[in-house]
Design a protein around this ligand. Structure first.
Ligand code: ADP
Length: 187
């Protein structure tokens, strides 16, 4: 299974990516997690990414694409992967195709987890109180949702046009959403 997860911040992509990964025995690859680990570790990549993350803007494609190309070439991704948070704009989608072509493979599914912006905003503000993620403030959440609507949401049409889009309602219990996802995936 080679799948990407689309959906607004707070839709539950990270949670569901981990569950799919476990189910299929493949890695869940979250670009946000990789950036945060780099930022916390003080690496050069982390330093460069941090200002964009704190502002709720996309990290430049030059940094992001290189990181993903590298990660997908690792041996554990050879049998499949669930990508959470990438691609996030049309340029990244084109780059992902190129990376996969170079690896002699292609995507099986683009899964969109749908959720209302009001619902995800409430979830993220609640998460902020628990996890203290520095980009979970009301202002930055608004920006992240705007970036999602402008740059990432149009990718659903791109993947629908290729017959790869699977849409799943992200509202409900975590287990329920996982069941919906598994039921909706191609064989
Ligand atoms: P969320 O989906 O809740 O916004 P993520 O952990 O996926 O959380 O992303 C956090 C931040 O990391 C984004 O706001 C952005 O700055 C950066 N980021 C993650 N993935 C990408 C990507 N594919 N391209 C550019 N920036 C990214």
């Amino acid at each position: 299974m080679r799948a990407i997860l689309l959906g607004p911040p707070g839709a539950g992509k990270g949670t569901q990516a981990a569950r799919l990964a476990e189910r299929f025995g493949i890695p869940a690859i979250s670009t946000g997690d990789i950036f945060r680990a780099n930022a916390n570790g003080g690496t050069e990549l982390g330093k460069q990414a941090q200002e964009f993350m704190l502002a709720g803007q996309l990290v430049p494609d030059s940094l992001t694409n290189a990181m993903v190309r590298d990660r997908l070439a690792q041996p554990d991704a050879a049998a499949g992967f669930v990508l959470d948070g990438y691609p996030r704009n049309p340029e990244q989608a084109v780059e992902l195709d190129a990376v996969l072509a170079d690896l002699d493979t292609k995507l099986d599914a683009a899964i969109e987890i749908t959720a209302d912006f009001d619902v995800v905003t409430a979830r993220l503000l609640k998460r902020a109180a628990i996890e203290g993620r520095p980009d979970d403030t009301e202002d930055v959440i608004r920006t992240r949702l705007e970036v999602y609507a402008a740059s990432t949401a149009p990718l659903t049409a791109f993947y629908a046009g290729r017959g790869l889009l699977v849409q799943v309602d992200g509202i409900g219990e975590i287990d329920e959403v996982t069941d919906r996802l598994i039921a909706a995936l191609p064989d």
